[in-house]
Design a protein around this ligand. Sequence first.
Ligand code: HEC
Length: 431
Amino acid sequence: MRLCLVSLVCVLTLACGPAASSPPAPETPKTTSYLRDVQPLVERSCRSCHTAGGVAPLVLDTPEQVAALGPTLWSAIASNRMPPFFAAPSCNSYVDDPRLTDAEKTLFKTWVDEGSPMGDPAEARHAPTPQLPVVRHDIELSIGARFDVRKMNDTDNYQCFVLNPANTADVMVKGYEVIPGNLAVVHHVLAYVVTPDQVSQLEALDAQDPKPGYACQTGGVGITGAVRNQIAGWVPGQYPSRMPADTALVLPAGSRLVMQLHYNLNALADPAVSPFDETKLALETVPMNTLRKGQILPMLKPNLAIAAGDTNSVQVTEVPVPASFRNATIFRAMGHAHQLATQVKLEVVKADGSTTCVLDNPRWDFNWQRDYTLKTPVTLVQGDKLRITCVYDNGQANQPFIAGVQQTPRAVAWGESSFDEMCMTYLTFAQ
Ligand code: HEC
């Protein structure tokens, strides 16, 4: 069979001449095998998204599907585009980091260079099935069926929905799952606790018009202090989330939740895209005081001034650790900025000037915002400061497209629209 193939290749390339009669050159032995070496890596680091019906376009369910794409996959790995986990390893180490180690990258590249050999099925190995965090749905909440996002009038719209968890005793929230209804238009989801003393204020806002919820375009949710009481968040690429270690968030009896949905309506230009949304939120609860009290707090750089045309606008602030943070442990951090940002970074600055890097996202990508859980939590002490750094590229080449037209740079400030900017970090911490 091999001789036949060799002859066929000779005929096709016309490059062999009389050598066809000499014995075939021995094949270079393959040092790698898909089934033994590469399959466990793909299963561990790629398959959670690259599966039939998953969020990613390429399906990597069978060895043949992976082998056919070897060089494409290697290019995404080599350039660190995939898997999408962008916290700089030089800053800190994170739980469930799916990135390939240098040794694994070398193995993957060798396998591609060797022509993606399949290997011996007897040697096949598998990674443990990647487990997404499972969150019990003890409380299930919905914005209501078929909310018509077209009733609003801009490309970016913020609607706040009032949800009643109806818990008659104080409880702690251990985890949450946001179930976005219409992935084509839901851009972010943020939910906050509104304590019983502010419920009547919230209900008055809700009653302002007959449709579900109320418009909250100006940012925030219209209730003083609510943003300091975040309970859930979702951005594209985010999975169900559990509070770290032995911590949980407090949900007092009689509270309501206010859930801000940011809808981006650009996708509705395609008539095939549904204008209806039914986003849901599920909470896993445990009895009060059975776990340590945690909190998710936004720390931000206000007053952004990003000059038109500035390709490297560095915005930094240092804030003293708030009173509620003293002697607190940071478990998890997440950056938030919009489309001009190229870097979001959070450091702790000690009284002696030394710094501890908590999160550095040096290739900020608006489409891949997720939270990063520290392998070793960072403990804050009195006198520490938090330094938040955001870098923006407001040059012509980095301008967004609106209706297919690339925009001209303009001065950009803090704002809720996707075309304004933000510079935020959300910290999950416990006392
Ligand atoms: C968290 C989900 C997720 C994981 C994990 C993931 N991908 Fe992706 N991948 C995506 C999505 C979504 C896209 C399409 C959008 C994009 O390109 O950002 C994509 C696109 C790609 C593309 C085409 C675009 C490009 O950048 O080349 C390749 C190739 C790819 N992924 C390879 C991989 C490989 C290899 C792994 C594992 C080492 C992996 N991905 C892990 C979600 C994921």
